[in-house]
Design a protein around this ligand. Sequence first.
Ligand code: NAD
Ligand code: ZN
Length: 355
Amino acid sequence: MCQHTVPATMKAAVVPEAGKAIEIKDVRVKRPEELAPGECLLKMICTGVCHTDLHAALGDWPVPAKTPLIGGHEGVGIIVAIGANTGNSPVKIGDRVGVKWLANSCLNCEQCKKGREQNCEHAELSGFTVDGTFSEYVVSYTNHVTPIPEALDSYAAASILCAGVTTYRAIKYSQTSLGDWIVLPGAGGGLGHLAVQYARVRGLRPIAIDSGEEKRKLCMELGAEAFIDFKECKDIVAEVKRITGGAGAHSAVVTTASSSGYTQAVDYLRPGGTLMAVGLPGKAGLEASIFFTVFKSISILGSYVGNRQDAYEALDIAARGQVVCKYIMKDLQALTSVYDGMQQGAVAGRIVLKF
Ligand code: NAD
Ligand code: ZN
């Protein structure tokens, strides 16, 4: 039984239609007795804002989000109710848990059984196919909410749930070894600034690419060995080669929301290098010389968020203080201005909204 009194309505940031202005308004909260088996209701503490939420609000991807839409998928809250007849719930009322992009998956299909839960054909996505975390209460799923380690503050944990998990996994599969060079286009953003740190945890040598003094300072403080300003540098390939002693980098994890971050990545990788595609421009193709991709034995891999185990591992590293999300706290009402800042490339690190 739920001890917490769930109000009839809550404040939420609603996208009425793709590309339309966000409305902060009162919407109905699902009653605890209406929760289906396997569903849980969270009272939210905070949520990060990911560039994916902006793509969803703009509708600039080849796959459409539901509308009206409550976005958000980096949320932390307390479970206040669990659907009746939920069997074997790994979480209980009162637990502090996270809501990530992958809201739910069937756990029984080939993809789920292989650990690629994010590619489940029945996957539900927070803030995309189901309402997300930009509201005071959120309905999520007991099997997929992520317990937050006690040592980790909710605000510090929020963006680990997407930006952290995603970059953690991309680096894990980047085919790199201790001491390798890794180029991080987008390093000053939400994903990128965590990528710099996860790269260091793995013993890699990050070369950050982004623009502006604030992002340069952030990346260098977090452990980048070099920073290249993509708006000022005339020849990024030559610069990466110079920094790496001529051979080029072993890997690149691209976390830019526009295709420009991908340009030349194959050119600055050394033979045998791996390009991890993470940033999600909706309509761009990946431009790479077929000849040199083959001739240099380059691997190009897509990396899409992470599974439950990746979430556990990414949070565990953060809970031990090895990766720290640099965020500015704002109110839900600030969401539109946060999106404006993101579009202009003016957000260094992350914005976390508090409730
Ligand atoms: P963000 O806006 O916080 O960061 C993007 C950064 O890229 C900014 O700092 C910007 O200045 C920088 N940038 C832009 N053009 C660049 C260029 N040519 N070279 C170097 N840097 C450049 O965004 P974010 O929240 O970190 O998300 C980034 C992208 O990753 C989005 O497209 C998002 O949808 C995607 N994403 C993918 C996954 C996944 O699973 N693959 C998960 C989460 C987010
Ligand atoms: Zn995200």
